[in-house]
Design a protein around this ligand. Structure first.
Ligand code: PMP
Length: 427
């Protein structure tokens, strides 16, 4: 009873202090107090499997990261107006992961700020304003970037210089046709932007199309789109907040999985295992045009604690071969999900790259999205102590985006909970 009262108290106080904007997951929200690897624990010590968290990419409270952060926090934390070694050590290591043409890095604290800066850089370089994104894209929450984040919904006005591409829905268009389909739409949008006097500054793209409903597609299909952007004189901003840092299991970056070289790369979430840290990397000839005109400083960005966290995170990614783990565990996961689909006609599609997997639920008779059922599935999984989510315009896509250290035993536990949950709701 005491625990229940404490739980209720925190819900009431939360609303009073934070307002209604702070939304919680689940009808019966959970309070977690501790984490380790792919697991989090509530106040009673109940073990929840975390199949949703890509921020703690190398696992909750990874000892190597905790040690690096603690050591640096106990030594010095300051900003980038003084010389400091850690920012150089990390930047050199990060640049070594990027194509040679992308040779400069500038730090921010959130993915939103990184994309905000990237748009400003692209506009400065091209002298045009138009930025193209996909239908359900999310690129962040600043005034500028929210205008290019249609997934926020009807309450959010899109920028007048935002051009929309359809979601590259491989389930509808097929893997082979998707590249030509998107290129054709891209050229139409660019022509319209030119006719309106907005011009075309570039394409801002998350190559896994996460909020669109997870459509990584076959490696390589996006190269056609990248070529078309360059032919039209625009820049490609690869938003690696979701696909970057080993996630796809096929390459370190989402764009590298395809092969094209972007002009600007933005990154955030998984970069420092939960410590606020993001970055914009660019070709120097593009960044220089911006920095020659505009002094950019970001108080907390690139600070020694954030850099220590990011450096330690990158070391774990390499030492534990987390690209390899994402590939191995991801393909095991997909084949088990495909096996499950044989007996569950409501599973219309299983797709993914590495440890970013989408399972689409449609009515087998009509093909209509099973939005309500998918939401209920998330709740049923929570009751079985598995944390997972949904996405896409109809919310009918189960979103599996685990820490990169997810194990084969974790996959088994997820699959058991999923089978039981499907049985409980009868789909
Ligand atoms: N880009 C993408 C693709 C994202 O998914 C997000 C966050 N969900 C952002 C940018 C914004 O990052 P942040 O929340 O750190 O500002």
């Amino acid at each position: 009873l005491d625990a229940l009262d404490a739980h209720k108290r925190s819900l009431v106080e939360r609303r009073a202090a934070l307002g209604n904007g702070y939304r919680l997951f689940y009808r019966d929200p959970i309070e977690i107090v501790r984490g380790s690897g792919s697991h989090v624990f509530d106040e009673h010590g109940t073990d929840y499997l975390d199949a949703y968290n890509n921020v703690v990419s190398v696992g909750h409270c990874h000892p190597h990261v905790v040690e690096a952060v603690s050591r640096q926090a106990a030594t010095l934390n300051t900003h980038t107006r003084y010389l400091h070694e850690t920012i150089l050590d990390y930047s050199e290591a990060l640049l070594a992961k990027l194509p040679a043409q992308i040779d400069r890095i500038t730090y921010q604290c959130t993915g939103s700020e990184a994309n905000d800066l990237a748009i400003r850089i692209a506009r400065n370089y091209t002298g045009a304003r138009g930025i193209i994104v996909t239908r359900e894209a999310y690129h962040g929450n600043t005034d500028l970037v929210s205008g290019f984040s249609p997934s926020i919904g009807m309450g959010q006005e899109l920028s007048p210089s935002c051009g929309l591409l359809p979601t590259p829905d491989t389930h509808i268009h097929g893997d082979e046709a998707i590249g030509d389909f998107i290129v054709a739409r891209l050229r139409e949008r660019i022509a319209a932007m030119r006719a309106d006097g907005i011009g075309f500054a570039g394409l801002l793209v998350d190559s896994i199309f996460s909020s669109d409903g997870i459509f990584p597609g076959k490696a390589g299909w996006l190269n056609k789109v990248a070529d078309a952007v360059h032919e039209e004189g625009g820049l490609i901003i690869a938003d690696e907040v979701q696909p970057g840092f080993c996630r796809t299991g096929e390459a370190f970056w989402g764009f590298a999985r395809h092969g094209f070289v972007p002009d600007i790369v933005t990154m955030g979430k998984p970069m420092a295992n939960g410590i606020a840290c993001s970055a914009t990397a660019a070709r120097h000839e593009i960044l220089d045009v911006f920095t020659a005109k505009i002094p950019y400083f970001n108080t907390f960005a690139g600070n020694p604690v954030a850099m220590a966290a990011a450096k330690a995170t990158l070391e774990v990614m390499d030492d534990e071969d987390l690209t390899g783990n994402a590939s191995r565990i991801g393909s095991m996961f997909v084949s088990q999900l495909e096996g499950l689909a044989v007996d569950h006609p409501a599973i219309a599609d299983v797709r993914g790259a590495g440890l970013y997997i989408g399972v689409e639920f449609d009515d087998p008779a009509t093909g209509d999205p099973l939005s309500v059922e998918t939401l209920e599935l998330i709740e049923q999984m929570r009751r079985r102590h598995v944390l997972t989510s949904n996405c896409g315009s109809y919310g009918n896509i189960l979103k599996i985006r685990t820490p990169l250290v997810f194990s084969a035993a974790d996959v088994d536990r997820y699959m058991t909970a999923l089978q039981d949950s499907l049985a409980a709701i009868g789909i």
